[in-house]
Design a protein around this ligand. Structure first.
Ligand SMILES: O=C(CO)[C@@H](O)[C@H](O)[C@H](O)[C@H](O)COP(=O)(O)O
Ligand SMILES: [Zn+2]
Length: 640
């Protein structure tokens, strides 16, 4: 069984791109980590606040990763500082989604303190362990932002509470770990250091001349790149001031500032402030604010630059230095937080004190005066940075999840068993609400087909093959009515000689289609079982049935897959879990047997008639039954 993980990232949606005021490293972290963990066998749902009214609630990011939009507060972009009051609604909505879908998550991975609050509450209510990556700590932010910090005053206390209850707290660098222990009293053994990562498929060196040609940058220019969110704490003013300390007459210096979004008020104000600074220092000729750029363009900027600079006041981790290094560009970074961990001073670039334009200008000068040294550092950076590839980071997170889950298992060995029962019960309950009518419809069609002298062909793979045979055995044999005739049903996955011969000689995809061709007649029913609705042999069987005039009915799960699109009638179990779907399939097969058997018994003149269940209803012809079901009269039977 796949482990199901719920990510919570209340303000940073993995769907958002880099560069706006409220989108940055955390968006990338959540998206990349989820994708990598899915490749390691996890099923991941990422819960994030809905920011527009139009988008559907569930968006698939990739196979096994879904983004779930949670209604909490207005369906519009709001700054993260203003989200806190909506968190109770967020928690309630998330909880009701989990209950509705009948999902049993093994673990929650919260991102940022407000998500941590939700995770802490869900742990108490649903007994799910949680891991948290804070991405930033309120205590540190307060030190630097002072009265400009608009987060609620409770933040630090809530963070302390989260730390007490979390099963593990991911520190992104040694400084982060030290802060968590010293300032928040975290237990050292619960704080592994796992850095942020980068994706080498997005960030790799492009030949400098090519990159520059694409971006309209002259070959002779000395390019300093600043890239990322445009907010005061990123210290972009420091970079501009450093530029003014360089001998601008000597070299063709150019500072390119990537990031910022005009319509976002906070970002716009900071850009205005920076632009004023540029004009006060008379640097207009030397500074280009190029705005926010698509993620796939960033590698060209990194590759075109001679040096990447980033001198924030503080930085919990900072992904941009990794991206720059991966493009073979040396980095000059502030000697703070994650930057002093990811940038090796004197090897992959330099570390300088934050808010010290002279120190920054000195190091820029060193790199520009010694191009061989800059090249050596860039080359080394590109090799060194590989250890931060997302796949390696995800290995460490995977290891952490396993430890947390193992500890939970030791504490409560029956936990997973109980959880599976609870999940199954929820799937049964949800199915009663969602698909009772579809089941009835399918049963009625099959009983009518049999009454008209037709037969049922059934097929499925693996567990579904077993259910297929189970179904035909009940119909050919007897189910609840002991005196009825055998009903014509044939399982297409039961004859191993046909299966092996056709699969061996022609391939597996047509093993069922071939038999539909051989046995199927107009008016017969093809009944397919598939949890995914994506098995090729099932799709081909449906196609053959269509050509031959059979009625097609599919018993499916998940989103119904391609089968749901091509088959005439569907019963789709509302669950994402193959096992739970199969368990429901067995139950539905039994229900179908009841409906078919009752339908046939009620209609045929039998020697030993007994009053079958729902007799008046079962005696109706299928069309009348369906009209009855859809009429205003209240049907008192199952699932009404
Ligand atoms: O029983 C199980 C899983 O619980 C398996 O045997 C499973 O049925 C097989 O993987 C099938 O090949 C899956 O096919 P499908 O349900 O996606 O059409
Ligand atoms: Zn199974």
């Amino acid at each position: 069984m796949k482990n199901k993980i719920a990510f919570i990232s209340e303000h940073a949606s993995p769907l958002a791109s880099l560069g706006g005021t409220d989108s940055g490293g955390q968006n990338v972290y959540v998206a990349e980590l989820a994708k990598q963990l899915a490749q390691k066998g996890y099923d991941i749902d990422i819960f994030t606040r809905r920011e527009d009214a139009e988008t559907e609630q569930i968006i698939r990011l990739c196979k096994d990763v879904r983004v779930i939009l949670v209604d909490a507060g207005p369906a519009e972009i709001i700054p993260k500082e203003d989200i806190f009051p909506y968190m109770p609604q967020f928690r309630a909505q998330m909880e009701s989604f989990i209950e509705q879908e009948g999902i049993q998550y093994q673990l929650i991975h919260a991102n940022f303190w407000m998500s941590g609050l939700v995770a802490m509450e869900l742990k108490q209510r649903m007994e799910i362990p949680f891991v948290i990556t804070f991405h930033a700590l309120g205590y540190i932010r307060k030190i630097f932002q002072k009265e400009n910090d608009r987060f609620p005053d409770e933040r630090v206390d809530i963070e302390k509470e989260i730390i007490k209850h979390a099963d593990a707290i991911i520190a992104e660098c040694p400084q982060d770990k030290e802060d968590l222990i010293k300032l928040y009293g975290a237990e050292e053994s619960k704080v592994p250091i796992i850095a942020c990562g980068f994706n080498p498929a997005d960030f790799y060196p492009i030949h400098k001349q090519t990159a520059r040609a694409l971006l309209n940058i002259g070959d002779d220019e000395k390019v300093i790149l600043q890239l990322g969110r445009i907010v005061p704490r990123k210290g972009i003013d420091n970079v501009i001031k450093a530029l003014s300390k360089l001998n601008l007459a000597q070299k063709a210096y150019k500072l390119i500032v990537v990031g910022g979004e005009k319509e976002e008020k906070q970002g716009y104000q900071e850009i205005d402030r920076l632009k004023d600074l540029v004009s006060n220092l008379q640097l207009e000729k030397y500074v280009n604010f190029v705005g926010r750029k698509q993620r796939d363009l960033l590698k060209y900027y990194y590759s075109a630059a001679d040096v990447f600079v980033t001198t924030p006041w503080y930085e919990p981790f900072g992904i941009t230095p990794l991206e720059a290094m991966s493009c073979g560009t040396p980095v000059i970074g502030a000697n703070v937080g994650g930057i002093k961990y990811s940038v090796l001073d004197g090897k992959t670039g330099f570390l300088v004190p934050p808010s010290d334009p002279y120190a920054l200008a000195n190091k820029i000068r060193v790199l520009f005066d010694q191009p061989e040294l800059a090249k050596k550092m860039g080359d080394f950076a590109q090799k060194y940075v590989r250890k931060f590839k997302w796949c390696h980071i995800a290995d460490q997170v995977n290891h952490l999840y396993k430890n947390v889950l193992h500890e939970k298992l030791v504490e409560n060995p029956l936990g997973p068993l109980k959880a599976a029962f609870i999940e199954a019960a929820a799937t049964f309950e949800n199915s009663a609400k969602a698909i009772a009518k579809d089941i009835f419809n399918a049963g009625a069609i099959m009983s009518n087909a049999i009454l008209s002298g037709r037969k049922i062909l059934v097929c499925g793979n693996g567990g579904s093959a077993a259910e297929s045979q189970h179904f035909t055995a009940e119909l050919v044999g007897r189910f609840e009515v002991s005196y009825r005739r055998g009903l014509p049903a044939l399982s297409l996955n039961a004859d191993t000689s046909i299966l092996t011969a056709w699969a061996n000689d022609f391939g597996y995809d047509d093993v069922f289609a071939r038999q539909v061709d051989a046995y199927g007649q107009r008016g017969d029913v093809l009944f397919c079982l598939s949890t995914s609705g994506q098995s090729d042999n099932i799709l081909k069987a449906i196609n053959m049935a269509e050509q031959k005039g059979l009625i097609t009915i599919c018993l499916l799960g998940k989103d119904g897959g391609m089968a749901a699109k091509h088959s005439q009638h569907n019963i789709i179990v509302p669950s994402q879990s193959t096992q739970r779907i199969q368990e429901l399939h067995l139950h539905i097969v039994h229900q179908l047997c009841t409906i078919i058997e009752q339908g046939v018994v009620a209609e045929e003149d039998l020697e030993k008639p007994v009053k079958p269940l729902n007799l008046p209803f079962a005696r109706m012809r299928v069309n009348d039954q369906l009209t009855y079901l859809n009429s205003s009269q209240k049907y008192k039977g199952y699932g009404s």
